[in-house]
Design a protein around this ligand. Structure first.
Ligand SMILES: [Zn+2]
Ligand SMILES: [Zn+2]
Length: 292
């Protein structure tokens, strides 16, 4: 059976970067495609989704499309108004997210109010639907078994664990370590700060545990993290720690910070001390990797 494929369409964090120093890894914001057995999952709708949309229109897949959104920060939804399949009656598109009071359906709709964009969501002609899930609730999309868990990041943000046969892919963008600031809002059950941080830390491990591939927020250098630990992002060293605990095989640095030149990202990669059994890569726009 063919191995699941992971394609990076956007790897930048926070804002798109049209800079020479970012050309190797790519300038578009978060969007990752997972393809297996003819089914397609899309992780986040940053600006990278525009180009993916062009490809999907040119080569329509046999099955409906599913978009899994981690949270509504702009770098994860700003490509949605430019996603061509959403405008085509030929496509069925389901947008999945964690259940939240401020519904994603309304947030995407707000993003396309007439003041900001020329076409409202209601006029997009695909068969568009929205699906919300509780934390940890397992759900199935074609051959994929999926769960979503809250992460320590400002507002309400979750990561996805995707089981594909014997392989697990974990998508953990965006996340701060659960050691310093509590950034997540509205956690169910009104936990104390300490309980909340413990729970959020366990969630990172649940997502990554025994994963074949983990895509993880490595936005900060250690020095940057010290200055901006309240921003909600992690370092490569923090990602390595989670992957070591989870016995992960492959780690992709993700949500790249445009303040760090690509050449420097590769230096971080080369100098990092990966635990035995873990291979570390930098997610690169346009690159496809097989989970095998
Ligand atoms: Zn982000
Ligand atoms: Zn964010």
């Amino acid at each position: 059976m063919n191995a699941p494929l992971v394609r990076f369409w956007g790897v930048r964090g926070s804002f798109p970067a049209a800079l020479d120093s970012c050309r190797t890894l790519g300038g578009n914001t978060a969007c990752v495609e997972v393809e297996w057995q003819g089914h397609h999952l899309i992780l986040d709708a940053g600006t990278g989704i525009r180009k993916l949309g062009e490809r999907l229109v040119a080569e329509p897949p046999a099955h409906p499309l599913h978009l899994l959104v981690t949270h509504p920060h702009w770098d994860h939804i700003q490509g949605f108004p430019f996603f061509a399949p959403a405008y085509s009656p030929e496509f069925q598109l389901t947008v999945h997210s964690l259940r939240r009071k401020n519904k994603l359906k309304h947030l995407l709709s707000d993003q396309q109010q007439a003041t900001f964009f020329s076409v409202p969501v209601e006029r997009m002609q695909s068969e568009l639907s929205f699906q919300e899930w509780d934390e940890g609730e397992p759900f199935t999309i074609g051959p994929f078994q999926v769960q979503t868990w809250r992460l320590n990041h400002p507002g309400i943000c979750s990561g996805y664990r995707i089981q594909m046969g014997e392989h697990v892919l974990a998508y953990v963008s965006d996340v701060a370590p659960s050691t310093d600031y509590l950034l997540a809002d509205a956690l169910p059950g009104r936990p104390t700060r300490q309980q909340a941080l413990k729970r959020l830390f366990e969630n990172q491990l649940r997502l990554a545990e025994n994963a074949h591939t983990v895509i993880y927020d490595t936005f900060f250098t250690t020095q940057q993290y010290e200055q901006r630990s309240h921003w909600g992002h992690s370092t490569l060293e923090q990602a390595l720690d989670v992957c070591k605990r989870g016995k992960v095989k492959n780690l992709f640095m993700f949500h790249h910070n445009a303040e760090i030149e690509d050449a420097q990202q590769f230096e971080r990669l080369q100098q990092c001390q990966a635990p035995k059994g873990l291979k570390v890569f930098a997610a690169q726009e346009g690159r496809t990797v097989a989970c095998d």
